[in-house]
Ligand binder design. Sequence first.
Ligand SMILES: [Zn+2]
Length: 500
Amino acid sequence: MPEEHDILILTDIPGCGTAADLEILYPDRLKRLDFRTEKHGVSVLRQYRAVVVQVNHGVNLPKLKFDALDSYARGGGQVICCLFEYAAARGLRLSKTHVCDRMRPGIRIEAECDVTRGFAVGDETWWFGTVSSAPDSLYENQMVQRQLFGVSETGDCRILATSTVNGGAVMVEEQVGKGRIVAMDLLSPGRPYYNSHGSTNKYLFAGNIIGGSVRYGKQYPNRWSYDEFVEQMRQLASRFPQLGIVNDGPCSDGRAMWSFELGDPAKPTVYLGAAVHGWEWENAFGLLRLTELLCESPGIEGLDIRDLHFRIMPIQNPAGYDAFTRQNARGVDLNRNFDLAWEELPVVQDVATPWDYNYKGTRPASEPETQAIQAIIDRHRPICAIDFHTADYIMLMPHRGDDELCGAIQANIQRRLKDRYLAQAPYNGPYQQVNMDRKTEREKMPYLVCYAAECGAAAAFLVEMSGNRDDVHAMVMNTDTVVEICLASVQECLGYLARK
Ligand SMILES: [Zn+2]
């Protein structure tokens, strides 16, 4: 066995979807073992840091040596086990609940610990799979979720998450000797396809046990309106005297644009923005989370934020954010409206008209949002400017900047995001780890980051994340990755400044 194989999946179908997904999440680290035919005594199990157990067909259950799993756990092993086999081993009742599509099953977090990191007690998120050949022919989209009943919460055993359908246990942690068995329903949720409500977080909790998926991410209860979001910004600023909140002027629907100000204004500026395309909204919460972290732990990762000056505008297009549109209230694609090479940008539609996909406006910086963002860039000449979008995982580097610094930032992001999250790229794209392995380069364009680069930013780049979802179900992953990207950039910028 190659030494790097430290995760075992013990299953009756080694080719199952869970094994395929884990292989994407932990390439070169996963070993598959068929418990029907292969030895899986404790001496075999002991070679791995974690063992994932999945019995796909109940008829195979007698072939699984659960006592070996218990021994492995007693010696300090980490077992992640599906509910059916756990119920059988502990004499619990397994329930497999089907509901119609009028009701989506979710889980409610009942305990905050390393497994549920990113969630608070009371947070809810979807957790289900869809059923083909549903028993109720009137409803094609029936949902299924498994639960356990009869779990007694003793000193060794606690329920980490319960079902929003019937209160049954969906995730249980049992301390066994020096290790533990965490039982969770990994069979009901299908593969986490793009915008899948029931399975987006399927590997998040298991990942927290195996690889530490969540570091800074946080669940948010719903997609606040812009006004609600601004209220949250105000509340954060009122909690931390070092955090300022700035009115940057009216946007195209007349409401004020707001940004955070933090750090020392005499120091080089880092500009961070999101949702310039209003419907690409999740990253705004990532920037809110980042701001909260920078205030709560100003020495986070050994960084001294007073060495920099931050301007953070989570929602750069308030009207588009509220309306779930790409454009602002006047139908302009703001990221085609900046005052750089605007005339040269081809008009792709037959008739250039507001609300066309990339409608660039009537003249350079015609829009109040563009003017407000340009004013910040003109005034502070940021060393670093990041503009967060959602489509796919890719970095877009503009025509100018410091190649070495940009390369160091990308490498830093790659190190941070390795083996943490599994996602499908939008539009039925491939499954992949959430990372920033790909980058693309652009000519001068009327983009925010190109404008910032032209104004002298050493590192100005656009980041495309997975997002644009219709709900908050991917929020922990989204906010976590946004924070990591920002921290990577801050870290490398401070190193760059120190070298200069
Ligand atoms: Zn975009």
